[in-house]
Design a protein around this ligand. Structure first.
Ligand code: GAP
Length: 435
């Protein structure tokens, strides 16, 4: 049975089962930061690898880069981030609480409850500022990147000069981004340190609309692969006054998160805004010569921009289930098999029987070879407890080695969603088991 998932359900499962912990928890935490435990890391990797496979490896018009996080301050001046990457900040004169003016009712302080304590909002720049090198002056200022996109734009010319791609082509990057959010909230949804997966897709200016439409299809297909139900996703056309400073058209993909319908990812038409800014600020030409013609132009850009944490939260929300088994409540994650952090859990029926343990170790080694990092050895507690634990972390198959295994080489495989059990030959195990 599907139930309305609450944010606490996800947060508590994530902590209880070793997916996600509060950052620096042992020292009381650091707001807006999160640490990934073994299962959260594997789930995150599975999402990021699927994205890379879909949008880079399986296409021949894509180039991957991995740019430095620290960049020359001119990048952020030219891109407009130094001047305009801001949120409106208000401070309560009574309790000194600071809030995003556009997210609260400013007539009354949400912390102390006093009315009329907020003045006019100030623009607060969200970039984390730092200094590079031992001298702390204007010339050494740098920022932790607030988007991976600029590391792509600054490598556009390098990719052209070394790979001579045909237009249209894309450059992809995955990696950390940092924003000094005024109010981090809703678990990992709005963090101060997070990961992005972005493509800057360079097109002929006359062809941006068809590329934009194609990206809508490609994004839809990827969200299917994440196992997100279509009825939980809404495409919202962002009106001009709400669009980022660089965009002429943006669609926000909203997902029905437990806290609200909120932005999962964005698709933007960034025109030639970034390349022209780089050209003007650096004095270097960003022109592209269209092959087989005399035409030179500065390409326009379509940008699909995914946040990893939001994708992960949407995946967990979609997979969270509760049902009843033998009169007891059961929680399980119906994760798609290709995303589940653990694909197989292997157990000897009894851990004090050396012959069962030895056989189970053999099966574990065989499955691990074909599914590196995604097979778990699980012999603690009784078999019912093991199933519950594996259900909660979304393991599709539990493999149990019992006395019959020693006689006929078959094992019991128990399927997560149906709890159905089957006996199969060890040699058949890694084929499609339950179809
Ligand atoms: N390069 C374009 C860009 O960065 P954005 O809408 O500001 O656009 C893109 O961010 C995506 O990055 C968002 O849709 C979201 O998935 C993710 N994201 C942005 N801020 C975030 C935050 N504070 N915490 C977690 N994810 C965030």
């Amino acid at each position: 049975m599907e139930k309305q998932v609450k944010l606490e359900d996800i947060v508590s499962l994530a902590k209880r089962r070793g997916f996600i912990f509060q950052g620096s928890e042992v020292y009381g935490g650091l707001s807006g930061t999160w640490d990934y435990g073994p299962l959260g890391l594997q789930l995150k990797k599975n999402i990021m690898n699927l994205w890379w496979k879909t949008f880079v490896d399986e296409r021949d018009d894509m180039y991957g880069v991995d740019a430095a996080i620290l960049m020359n301050q001119k990048v952020w001046q030219a891109s407009g981030h130094v001047d305009t990457f801001t949120d409106p900040l208000v401070e309560c004169s009574n309790c000194k609480g600071r809030f995003r003016a556009d997210k609260i009712d400013t007539s009354k302080c949400p912390t102390c409850g006093k009315e009329g304590t907020f003045g006019e909002p100030k623009q607060f720049n969200m970039m984390f500022k730092t200094n590079v090198g031992p001298v702390d002056d204007e010339s050494s200022i740098s920022y932790l990147r607030p988007e991976t996109a600029q590391g792509i734009f600054t490598n556009y010319k390098n990719v052209i000069d070394t790979f001579y791609p045909d237009l249209p082509f894309g450059i992809a990057q995955q990696g950390k981004a940092f924003r000094n959010e005024i109010s981090p909230r809703d678990f990992v949804f709005r963090s101060r340190e997070f990961e992005q997966m972005e493509v800057e897709y360079f097109v002929h200016p006359d062809k941006w609309e068809e590329a934009f439409e194609q990206w809508r299809k490609d994004i839809g297909a990827f969200l299917d692969q994440l196992g997100l139900p279509k009825d939980k996703i809404t495409e919202v056309e962002v009106p001009e006054n709400d669009r980022a400073h660089y965009s002429k058209r943006t669609i926000d993909y909203e997902f029905a998160f437990p806290h609200d319908n909120d932005e999962l990812l964005g698709l933007a038409y960034r025109t030639d805004f970034d390349l022209m800014n780089i050209q003007n600020a650096s004095g270097k030409s960003m022109e592209y010569r269209v092959k087989g013609t005399d035409e030179t132009l500065v390409p326009h850009v379509i940008e699909p921009s995914f946040g990893v944490e939001r994708a992960l939260m949407a995946v967990l929300t979609s997979a969270y289930r509760e049902d009843e088994q033998n009169g007891e409540k059961r929680i399980f994650l119906a994760l798609p098999e290709h995303l589940a952090p653990v694909k197989y859990a292997v157990s000897p029926l009894l851990k004090n029987k050396p012959e069962l343990v030895e056989k189970a170790r053999e099966v574990y080694a065989k499955l691990s070879k074909d599914n590196p990092g995604r097979v778990m050895w699980d012999d603690s507690g009784n078999i019912g407890k093991r199933y519950r634990r594996q259900d909660e972390i979304g393991t599709p198959y539990c493999v149990v080695i019992d006395f019959q295994t020693l006689e006929d080489g078959t094992v019991t495989i128990r399927e997560r969603d149906t709890t159905e059990q089957k006996r199969v030959e060890i040699s058949e195990m890694d084929e499609r088991l339950f179809n």
